[in-house]
Design a protein around this ligand. Structure first.
Ligand SMILES: Cc1ncc(COP(=O)(O)O)c(C=O)c1O
Length: 385
């Protein structure tokens, strides 16, 4: 049997990882400024994480949601305290798309409505409704297409007001990333998020904050939406939550009551997943990683600002993006193969930085030195051509 070939891959096989570094099967070390797509939150192979998962495996790895799993309550309590949303309710699942699918479905159960407002350049996942609210027709199959989605321009308060005036009784939810990730690191403005909050409250719609990529402390606050001083009705989470173990969840405001069987999953909230998620929060707290993300993120932003070749620098904490002029369009490739540094991308010509929240200043310096070296060499080559 062959693999179903859907991923364009780099010809690199990673066999070992530690902190912000990974090693390939030839022993070559790489700096990981991509965090395996924003997933590695506390650093690769953290000793506490390994120990907690190992111990849990020796006890019990999985049993279904038909029995009490006290680790779930422990996780809910810790997550409530660290995120500042102590009165919210936790539902656990397995991936970002599934989290968004559940959030959209729950909103519709709650207010009995069908329409969802989403925004240009958004990405919310690849399952049926999550992909329908994603602004990329190439990944929306005919079976996913629905008239229930209203796609509006991002950060456009007037368009949103007009949409609510025209459809107020039909809008079930509004889903928005605090910082668009796949779309190329675009920050939702505070007035925009505040307008979403107000219009949802006034019209009985549910505000869904997709925090799959921009959440879990990456931006220097637990949820990037917190910068706008608003509380969403539902936050969706995945990626950094398990530092690589597939665990995801939604937290739900106390105004939305649960009913038996309205949501469910076989694997969600299993013992091993909870142990992974707890280990992540324990390390985040112990090592003050949310603060570290803010401090190292600010340092990176200040230094990147001085590299004049990079355009439209933007981001918060350790979620940073910049545009590349055409002559530097191979920068990511050169960073990978000449400097042995992984970075993320977005189309067209956007570099995305999504490293572990435990990135140290010296790792950031190594990255900056390499970017300076590569951009200067590439620019010189163009000038001499
Ligand atoms: C903002 C956002 N939402 C949802 C998802 C989907 O997450 P998953 O790939 O875990 O289904 C992603 C993945 O990149 C994402 O960035």
């Amino acid at each position: 049997m062959k693999m179903f070939n859907v991923y364009p891959v780099n010809d690199i096989t990673i066999t070992k990882a530690k902190g912000s570094y990974v090693w390939d099967d030839q022993g070559q070390q790489y700096l990981d400024m991509y965090g395996g797509h924003a997933v590695i939150s506390i650093g690769h192979s953290h000793p506490h994480y390994i120990q907690r998962l190992e111990e849990q495996l020796h006890r019990i790895g999985f049993y279904s949601n038909s029995v009490k799993i006290p680790l779930q309550e422990e996780l809910a309590a810790k997550l409530g305290r660290i995120s500042g949303k102590e009165d919210y309710q936790l539902f656990l699942c397995n991936s970002g798309a599934e989290a968004n699918e559940n959030a959209l479905k729950l909103a519709s159960f709650h207010n009995g409505r069908k329409k969802v407002v989403a925004f240009t350049r958004s990405f919310h996942g690849r399952t049926s409704l999550a992909v329908a609210v994603t602004d990329n027709p190439a990944i929306v199959a005919p079976v996913n297409r629905t008239d229930n989605v209203i796609l509006l321009p991002f950060n456009d308060e007037e368009a949103l007001e007009a949409c609510f005036r025209a459809n107020s009784a039909d809008i079930s939810s509004v889903i928005v990333e605090g910082i668009q990730g796949v779309g190329g690191i675009h920050l939702a403005t505070a007035p925009f998020l505040q307008t979403i909050r107000r219009l949802c409250s006034e019209n009985g719609a549910v505000f869904i904050a997709d925090s799959v990529q921009c959440g879990y402390g990456r931006t220097g606050k637990f949820f990037s939406h917190d910068y706008a001083g608003v509380d969403a009705d539902i936050y969706t989470m995945a990626k950094g939550m398990g530092n690589g173990f597939p665990v995801a969840g939604i937290i739900i405001s106390p105004q939305i009551p649960p009913k038996f069987h309205m949501l469910g999953t076989t694997f969600g909230g299993n013992h091993l997943a909870c142990a992974a998620a707890l280990a992540v929060l324990e390390v985040m707290e112990e090592e003050k990683l949310i603060r570290n993300a803010e401090v190292i993120g600010n340092y990176l932003m200040e230094e990147l600002e001085t590299i004049s070749y990079l355009k439209n620098l933007r981001g918060k904490g350790l979620m940073i993006g910049f545009d590349l002029p055409d002559e530097l369009k191979d920068l990511r490739k050169n960073l990978l193969y000449n400097q042995h540094i992984f970075t993320g991308e977005a189309k067209p010509n956007v570099v995305r930085l999504l490293p572990s929240l435990a990135l140290r200043k010296k790792d950031a310096e190594e990255f900056l030195d390499s970017v300076r070296e590569e951009t200067e060499a590439m620019t010189l080559k163009v000038e001499n051509a």
